[in-house]
Design a protein around this ligand. Structure first.
Ligand code: S3P
Length: 421
């Protein structure tokens, strides 16, 4: 376990940061390219061990991935992979379970101790509606056994706003005999739906219902936008530190930008300018100028749209005036750690005042002080703890190496940003 001590900046900073390629979009790009017949090019793919897990699993199906090039004989050429190791990556496991559902063989998906604790039963019924057979453990966890085969169309209603479950169903439905329609509560990142619509493989029927038209995925040639959820750590540093950070070229998918609404709602200055689109999904430049001033309530679709960023909302709440209350975020308990418990533990480890609720947490704005935090293998908590040093002074992060799951170069990038004027 690596311990790294972060000492925040002595004055406000002004940084422009290029973040790695978006993790959600990189997983989708790799899997769709693997389903396409021919050569695809995915420039600016994200870094990190979650994407390495997707690449290594795709290789086991017989796909060749070399840098930004993916070469496949098409979904029909996928070979039986045996047991796939998804490491720490829930997106790898859930999306590949969907893609494998239409293949005429058995695929077993397993992961590390953290991934083996995460909820997987949520995939079983939606994929069964298309005719797929999945088995999970008695606890509803991995390993997942997918007995793939012929799939049919269906109207699939998913009870949670999970982009991973929706995407798993979509990747299966591309291989079905008839059209399928997916619906769920709102707030999810709709990257998969936007890309499929742009590729002529689906269409929206309402704000949340999306129809998938089975068909061949064409090879892709695209530039992966920057990772909004990585940029979020720098936006939060600006919000904590009364500083300014600009991140060009990040995904502005509405399912990803919840933290920007929270930062603005807490009194920071936020500007997001769309500069283009990739397959119908917006990309742009974001500038955040802090500090945040007052607490706020985060719930409903806004909680879903900022789910991965809620640990940062905990830190922002700790330095804002008054109370910040997050609710409707029970999904946080099924992440790499129980992020309700670990966010509250982080705020408290730094002298803040926070408490859990069943589906969220409450933080009182009482400031952050130097302290030590153990990340327990959760990349977002490790990075949030480092970001807290922006105002807390000195923070010792035990297990900072977890950041490599999504952003191997994070610690150096954060420290460089602190010293930019
Ligand atoms: C993701 C969807 C979200 C998010 C996760 C990545 C994706 O999970 O929290 O980090 O790429 O589809 P859920 O689908 O479980 O909400």
């Amino acid at each position: 376990m690596t311990v790294r001590t972060f000492s925040g900046p002595s004055s406000s900073f002004h940084a422009t940061v290029i973040v790695p390629g978006d993790k959600s979009l990189s997983h989708r790009g790799l899997i769709l390219a693997a389903m396409a017949r021919g050569a695809s090019r995915l420039r600016g793919l994200g870094a990190g061990s979650d994407l390495a897990a997707t690449i290594s699993c795709l290789t086991r199906f017989g796909i060749s991935v070399d840098g930004d090039r993916v070469e496949s004989g098409g979904i029909g050429s996928w070979g039986e992979p045996g047991r796939l190791e998804c490491a720490n990556s829930g997106t790898t496991m859930r999306l590949l379970a969907g893609a494998a559902s239409g293949r005429p063989f058995v695929t077993v998906l397993d992961g590390d101790a953290s991934l083996r604790r995460r909820p997987m039963r949520r995939l079983v019924d939606p994929l069964a509606a298309l005719g797929a057979h999945l088995e999970v453990t008695g606890d509803g966890t991995a390993p997942i056994t997918v007995r793939g085969g012929t799939l049919h169309g269906a109207a699939v209603t998913i009870g949670i706003a999970s982009a991973q479950v929706r995407s798993a169903v979509a990747l299966a439905a591309l291989q079905a005999a008839e059209r399928a329609v997916i619906d769920s509560p709102p707030g999810f990142r709709d990257h998969t739906e936007r890309w499929l619509a742009a590729l002529g493989l689906g269409a929206w029927q309402s704000a949340t219902a999306f129809a998938i038209d089975p068909g061949a995925v064409p090879p892709l040639d695209l530039e992966v936008p920057g990772d909004t959820s990585s940029a979020a750590f720098l936006w939060a540093a600006a919000g904590l530190g009364g500083s300014e950070v600009t991140t060009p070229g990040v995904s502005l998918n509405p399912g990803r930008t919840g933290l920007l609404a929270v930062l603005a709602g807490m009194g920071a200055t936020v500007a997001a300018t769309e500069t283009g689109q990739v397959l119908g999904d917006p990309v742009g430049t974001v500038t955040v100028r802090g500090p945040v001033r007052h607490g706020m309530q985060v719930d409903g679709p806004l909680a879903v749209r900022s789910l991965d960023e809620l640990p940062l909302v905990g830190l922002l709440g700790a330095i804002a005036e008054g109370e910040t209350v997050v609710s409707g975020a029970g999904e946080l308990r099924g992440k790499e750690t129980d992020r309700i418990t670990s966010t509250v533990a982080l705020v408290r480890a730094l002298g803040g005042d926070a408490e859990e609720s069943a589906d969220g947490f409450r933080v009182m704005g009482s400031g952050l002080r130097p302290g030590k935090f153990e990340a327990a293998g959760d990349h977002r908590l490790a990075m949030a703890a480092a970001v807290a040093a922006t105002v807390a002074g000195t923070v010792e992060v035990v297990g900072i190496e977890a950041a490599a799951v999504s952003w191997p170069d994070f610690a150096d990038t954060l420290e460089r940003s602190w010293s930019s004027r």
